[in-house]
Ligand binder design. Structure first.
Ligand code: ZN
Length: 396
């Protein structure tokens, strides 16, 4: 049971009746070409914003967002978030915010820019607006920031006191992002089901049952609409998939809270960042990580349903261009030592991989990482019923 393998043993136990959740942004504005309309809402949150974005995005905001905000008589400063959402960037941004006497942080960009903006706002206790420019993650929604090294190696995550004060999802901005960012967003979002059903599938708590079921619906929307969405950017299906990746994935994490956490897929992602750095993006590594997780359930537990799910996902990944194996992540030539490094990091004592209902040995994880596309071997499958319902797995 997830609660029993929790590594957190607090000396002052939190009473089970006390629940703190950061479920959703205070306000979400969604539509096409909505920056003008949304600018009044931004002005309501502060008059001296610091815009946090990557170099290229900053150049674009100078011509698009900044003139709109100036019409609202805001005194704007802007800063590049640098190499990654890393400690050095966070420090220089806190300085920039203080120098400008900023009373509001506006994050514009992909997951790393938004994670950086949210964390700076959290550290300075300022309100924050998120404006995603791609649908690659649910970072615009969530009350969580991942901190990396300057080279992109995952270090730790920080739970934030609340979700952003305002999320502006402008489809016209998202449409300008490269297609592979939405593909990655699909990978990160579909992971919610494979991870939440393992970490929280046994829970009897109303909100967690709700979160896990939403993760299942989210998976179904993605399986049904992703191919059509990618063929027709801007279409209804495309908007549905963007909403699923940016908004609904955030709902699952917000409603499920600390008990509805990531499991092996994200743990494998974290391990891979130490050998892959910036060569592939978050959702791509996570998508591969789902296959590794299913492979482990299959190999260690003899879980036939996991085997079926893996086959289903491999086919789905091939259709939309998600990575199925290490070589698809640009890691076809890694050494055994590098593979071991990634696996060891994925297995560190605080890793969410330990939320799996069985122990994983280093050799098992390494074997799973190199066999994500292996054909299903019915001899090692013992037909055990997993926490996922049979009907869930055979309906596709
Ligand atoms: Zn993720």
């Amino acid at each position: 049971m997830p609660n029993q393998i929790s590594t957190q043993t607090l000396s002052t136990q939190t009473p089970s009746s006390l629940l703190t959740l950061a479920i959703a942004p205070a306000k979400v504005i969604r539509g096409s070409s909505i920056l003008q309309t949304a600018s009044a809402e931004i002005a309501r949150l502060g008059s001296r914003p610091l815009i946090v974005a990557g170099k290229q995005t900053l150049a674009i905001t100078k011509e698009s967002l900044q003139p709109i905000l100036e019409q609202e008589h805001l005194d704007i400063a802007a800063a590049d978030y640098g190499a990654d959402c890393c400690e050095a960037s966070l420090e220089s941004l806190r300085k920039a915010a203080k120098a400008h006497k900023a009373d509001l942080i506006i994050g514009v960009g992909g997951g790393k820019a938004l994670d950086t903006a949210k964390l700076v706002a959290h550290q300075l206790q300022l309100p924050v607006v998120t404006i995603p420019t791609s649908a690659a993650t649910c970072a615009a929604w969530s009350a969580l920031s991942n901190v990396y090294s300057e080279d992109g190696a995952f270090l730790y995550d920080v739970a934030l006191s609340r979700c952003p004060d305002l999320l502006i999802l402008d489809y016209d901005l998202i449409k300008t992002a490269p297609q592979h960012t939405l593909v990655a967003g699909i990978g990160d979002a579909i992971a919610k089901w494979y991870e939440a059903s393992v970490s929280s599938g046994h829970s009897q708590q109303t909100l967690i049952i709700g979160a896990v079921q939403q993760a299942r619906v989210l998976r179904d929307i993605l399986l049904q609409k992703s191919v059509a969405a990618l063929q027709a950017p801007g279409s209804e299906d495309w908007q549905a998939v963007v909403d699923a990746s940016v908004l609904m994935a955030g709902v699952v994490g917000g409603l499920g809270g600390a008990q509805c956490r990531t499991v092996a897929a994200h743990a494998v992602h974290n391990g891979l960042t130490h050998i892959a750095g910036h060569s592939s993006i978050h959702g791509e590594k996570v998508a591969y990580g789902i296959l590794v997780q299913l492979r482990l359930e299959e190999m260690v537990q003899g879980n036939q349903l996991a085997a079926t799910s893996r086959q289903q996902l491999v086919k789905f990944y091939a259709e939309i261009g998600l990575p199925q194996k290490l070589s698809d992540l640009g890691l076809g030539n890694i050494t055994l030592a590098e593979l071991q490094t990634a696996a060891e990091i994925a297995l560190n004592p605080n890793s969410d991989i330990h939320r799996l209902p069985f122990k994983v040995a280093l050799e098992q994880l390494m074997a799973a990482m190199v066999s994500t596309t292996a054909p299903v071997d019915s001899r090692d499958a013992t037909n055990r019923v997993s926490v996922r319902g049979i009907s869930d797995e055979v309906e596709q």
